[in-house]
Design a protein around this ligand. Structure first.
Ligand code: ADP
Ligand code: MG
Length: 243
């Protein structure tokens, strides 16, 4: 039975091995309802593996997965069907939802307007910029109103300015809809800018957690960034905070 206190998603004691390599080693991870949780770690630390397990895309593991409903996933590449229009791609997000055609069309139009793509319904993915493609991908993920949104480096391929715009868009959508988010990223600044809680994944477990209050406070933000860089073993006297 689900209670109001149940998390949007959680992993308990999850272990995943590939051959003789243990990538996740009894990982505990929770995304409370309506919270943004960032999973930060070096390349190859197992972030995507953890996200795929939460998404139900990898069942070859030990331990337990708790999920409220069907989560939606956005990856770094938008994974749109190039021969389908923007509207048709977004409508795919409603494939498993039992609503009639008219309501589907209405929900697709609404979410496209929310992500700033009203009027681009008939465009094809090849005609979109990288940012517009990710907006479409976000719309497809959100149209079914999931309780949990799983984001695997969704802004990693975008230029810095577009990335900032997408951060604001994500926060606006989150504020309005209240879904929980697991944001997988290797970008410390992105994690600190967006998340309520940042977990550092190392050696297959959460090695460090940073809780970040809203609204953001400049001084506290600097401290959080330093602690996270320390946890990652990165020299924070350098300018580049991505790892
Ligand atoms: P991250 O997303 O943090 O960069 P991944 O979760 O993609 O890391 O990968 C963690 C480790 O697991 C890496 O060493 C990777 O090579 C390995 N790995 C991931 N998927 C597979 C797979 N399907 N087969 C074998 N090894 C894999
Ligand atoms: Mg990855």
């Amino acid at each position: 039975m689900t209670t109001t206190l149940a998390p949007a998603g959680a992993l308990q004691g999850v272990t995943r091995r590939f051959g003789h390599t243990t990538v996740l080693n009894g990982l505990d991870l929770e995304v409370p309802r309506g919270d943004i949780v960032a999973l930060l770690g070096r390349s190859g630390s197992g972030k995507s593996t953890a996200l795929r397990i939460l998404a139900g895309l990898d069942r070859d593991h030990d331990g337990t997965v708790h999920i409220d409903g069907a989560p939606s996933v956005v990856f770094q590449d938008s994974r749109l069907l190039p021969w389908r229009t923007v509207a048709a791609n977004v409508r795919h997000g409603l494939n498993r939802v039992g609503v009639d055609r008219a309501e589907k069309s209405e929900r697709v139009s609404e979410i496209l307007a929310e992500v700033g793509l009203g009027g681009r319904e008939g465009a094809y993915p090849g005609e979109l910029s990288g940012g517009q493609a990710q907006r479409t991908s976000l719309a497809r993920a959100l149209v079914a109103e999931p309780a949990l949104l799983l984001l695997d480096e969704p802004f990693g391929a975008l230029d810095a300015l577009t990335r900032r715009t997408m951060h604001k868009l994500l926060l606006r959508l989150w504020d309005r809809h209240g879904f929980g988010v697991l944001l997988v990223t290797h970008d410390v600044d992105e994690a600190v800018a967006l998340a309520d809680r940042v977990h550092v994944l190392d050696d297959g477990v959460v090695a460090h957690t940073e809780k970040i209050d809203r609204p953001r406070d400049g001084g506290a933000t600097t401290d959080h960034r330093r602690s996270l860089l320390d946890a990652l073993g990165v020299d924070h006297t350098t300018e580049d905070y991505s790892i």
